[in-house]
Design a protein around this ligand. Structure first.
Ligand code: SF4
Length: 353
């Protein structure tokens, strides 16, 4: 692995996000009058240490991809701050962002649509090096060949076009391109969800190897708990634009503290078909982020909801050294035993599987 120059931000978290909000105006009529706001991300805070992976999980529409795009400054935040290696990049003009973009790169869900179909593989992978004036001629060819080889593609694919690759190979191309500038952070948005399960494992293993080799940090967005369990060091669970639980992987999987996390885990496929476990199925759709329920956003589906939950939003509180949860029934320092029994509610059924 090539060495990187030390920077003023070295030592602290590579990424620090504070109270990040991204609201989209909803416009109607010929005059495009603003009639509301979609609160896609509504006050999200987290940090990622160098060489670590934070996974953002949650159902479709919970805001996890919007967080990823806002961190990358592909979307402008409504408020809050994003610090990369100690530098506040939240409002930097594009010209000043350029230097920081080398430090963070993105890998997209659909490698096919994110790769220029008119360029051969070598040009796709080498494009960031050309854009930043870092290599040309023979040096560019050698660095591109090394990147292709590192992600498991033979150098003789350099002249092939994206449509000549399989889905897994295309994602390897996307990863090679993301590595070209030797970033510290890769933001990966559902990078394996479009791939077959066997190919998923290969690409995840590649990402893990690259992390160990290069000290990369990942912000990894996924709806798939199996994938998250494979690659995550810490997991943040999102619901309707907010993080409801954030913990180390083992803690989150072994002792989830938020009812929504419990339901997500219960709904995930069991690793062994013969296993039986208490299953908690949350019913109903996720409410619209344009009109989220007041108080705790989850109260319309939560079996433990109380009057307070309907009016007061629970803040994300630290309940153990590496465990944060946003639930009125999990006060910091309070007992971490079982939640009160589920109140009868049509929003939830309990069953055995
Ligand atoms: Fe359920 Fe209330 Fe906790 Fe929200 S705050 S998860 S509604 S118990």
């Amino acid at each position: 692995m090539t060495s990187r120059a030390a920077s003023p931000g070295d030592g602290g978290p590579i990424l620090r996000v504070r109270d990040l909000k991204k609201h989209f105006p909803v416009q109607r009529g010929v005059l495009a009058r603003t009639v509301g706001q979609v609160r896609a991300v509504d006050g999200v805070s987290f940090e990622i240490e160098r060489g670590q992976t934070l996974c953002l999980v949650g159902e479709s529409g919970c805001g996890k991809t919007t967080v990823a795009k806002t961190v990358m400054r592909l979307l402008e935040p409504t408020s809050g701050t994003v610090e990369l290696a100690g530098a506040d990049i939240t409002k930097l003009p594009e010209a000043e962002m350029r230097a920081h973009r080398r430090r963070m790169q993105m890998v997209f869900q659909d490698p096919y649509s994110s790769l220029n179909p008119h360029l051969p593989a070598a040009a796709i992978v080498g494009e960031p090096l050309t854009n930043f004036g870092l290599a040309k001629g023979q040096a560019l060819a050698e660095r591109t060949a090394a990147l292709l080889e590192r992600v498991g593609l033979r150098a003789d694919v350099a002249k092939k076009f994206p449509h000549e690759f399989s889905g897994g190979q295309r994602q390897r191309l996307g990863i090679a391109r993301a590595l070209a500038l030797e970033p510290n952070l890769i933001v990966a948005d559902e990078p394996v969800s479009a791939l077959d399960v066997s190919v998923q494992a290969q690409v995840l293993n590649l990402l893990v190897d690259l992390q160990e080799e290069r000290g990369l940090a990942y912000l990894f967005v996924s709806h798939d708990l199996g994938v998250v369990e494979h690659i995550g060091h810490r997991i943040a669970v999102m619901y309707l634009g907010r993080i409801v639980e954030l913990a180390g992987k083992a803690e989150l999987f072994d002792t989830p503290l938020h009812p929504y996390t419990e339901a997500l885990l219960a709904a995930a496929p069991l690793p062994e078909p013969g296993l039986r476990r208490e299953r908690l199925i949350v019913q109903g759709d996720v409410p619209s982020p344009m009109t989220p329920p007041p108080g705790c956003h989850f109260h319309t589906r939560c079996p433990h909801a109380q009057e307070r939950c309907r009016v007061e939003a629970p803040p994300l509180m630290q309940v153990k050294p590496t465990h944060w949860v946003a639930c009125h029934l999990r006060p910091p320092g309070g007992p971490l035993d079982a939640l009160p029994a589920a109140a009868p509610t049509p929003a939830l059924i309990a069953s055995q599987v």
